[in-house]
Write a protein that binds this ligand. Structure first.
Ligand code: HEM
Ligand SMILES: N[C@@H](CC(=O)c1ccccc1NC=O)C(=O)O
Length: 280
């Protein structure tokens, strides 16, 4: 084209601007609902980012519960490609979840105190979606559904999740179907209790990891290990943000605060996938 020639279509296509009623974007995203849910409890300008970070994390918890429920169902149906795809999607999702600590990761006690008292007895302890996420990972604790008694539909859903096999339980069932000697005692235990590490399961992972590295089960073990590592990172980032913002004060949820979070950050989920490594 010479300099004097005009391009045949100098204007970019104009977007569609005319809609009857709400836009298809709004119908899909429900952005007006999402952006009408920010109601800070104080006049402190710094509270908004604390509230929205919490809401953003709730959304990521929802995505993760979706992914890991998909993975658990697929493992039960021996559909490992579907399970692996869901587990692999969940790893960058966990990274995005963890990146959302950034804006509140280094609050000073003074900054946090400016709105802390407005939070009253509110605490992440009372997050139903976080509890479902922990249950799916095998971190069961029946007491943690008590706060939700006042909302029967939510309570029933959590109670169901408490007694359902976790993602890890489904993996152990799969290992048995693949010929590994997973004890009845482990599979038939009370599913409403926290999963306790078992040496016999450790030996099974040891055997899997001692063999060829390009097998379906090593890949599954590694995907679960990636998930466990990122969950540990979330717990540690939470712990550090809390240490910085409030030291060792008691939590609004009534726990010892940092001491509680330290204990929760001590253990990894899917424990034998970690301990087996010492014996490979
Ligand atoms: C500077 C910010 C934060 C501080 C100082 C903080 C502090 C705490 C403390 C002290 C606890 C222990 C329970 C209690 O309250 O007694 C707790 C629990 C919890 N917090 Fe936070 N938190 C912060 C941000 C967040 C955010 C953004 C989320 C996202 C949803 C969150 C979710 C949770 C959850 C799920 C628990 C329960 C943990 C468990 O059961 O092990 N927290 N937090
Ligand atoms: N537990 C925190 C308060 C807090 O961080 C919080 C309060 C309401 C809703 C979510 C929160 N995040 C984590 O607990 C505290 O003890 O100050």
């Amino acid at each position: 084209m010479s300099n004097t020639e005009q391009p045949s279509n100098p204007e970019p296509e104009t977007p569609n601007l005319e809609f009857e009623g709400t836009t298809p974007y709004e119908d899909y995203v429900r952005a007006s609902v999402l952006t009408s849910l920010q109601h800070p409890l104080s006049d402190e300008p710094g509270e908004m980012v604390f509230l929205v970070t919490t809401q953003v994390m709730e959304l990521w918890f929802t995505v993760l519960v979706h992914e890991w429920s998909t993975a658990a169902r697929a493992v039960r149906q021996d559909d490992l490609p579907t399970a692996m795809a869901a587990l692999r999607r969940s790893v960058p999702e966990l990274e995005a979840l963890n990146a959302s600590w950034k804006p509140i990761a280094n609050l000073t006690p003074g900054q946090f105190n400016a709105y802390r008292s407005a939070l009253g007895e509110g605490s992440g302890f009372q997050s139903a979606m976080y509890r479902r996420l922990e249950f799916l990972l095998g971190d069961k604790n029946p007491s943690m559904i008590i706060p939700h008694r006042g909302v029967p539909a939510q309570y029933e859903e959590l109670e169901k999740a408490l007694y359902e096999p976790s993602l890890y339980d489904e993996v152990l069932q799969l290992l048995r179907r693949r010929g590994y000697d997973v004890p009845d005692e482990v599979l038939d235990r009370d599913l409403g209790k926290r999963y306790a590490p078992d040496e016999r399961i450790e030996r099974i992972w040891q055997e899997i990891y001692s063999g060829p590295q390009d097998t379906e089960l090593v890949r599954l073990g590694e995907a679960l290990t990636d998930v466990a590592e990122m969950v540990w990172r979330w717990r540690n980032d939470h712990l550090m943000a809390t240490r910085r913002a409030m030291g060792s004060k008691q939590g609004t949820g009534g726990s010892a605060g940092v001491a509680w979070l330290e204990r929760r950050a001590q253990n990894n989920v899917f424990p034998e996938l970690w301990t087996a490594r010492s014996h490979v």
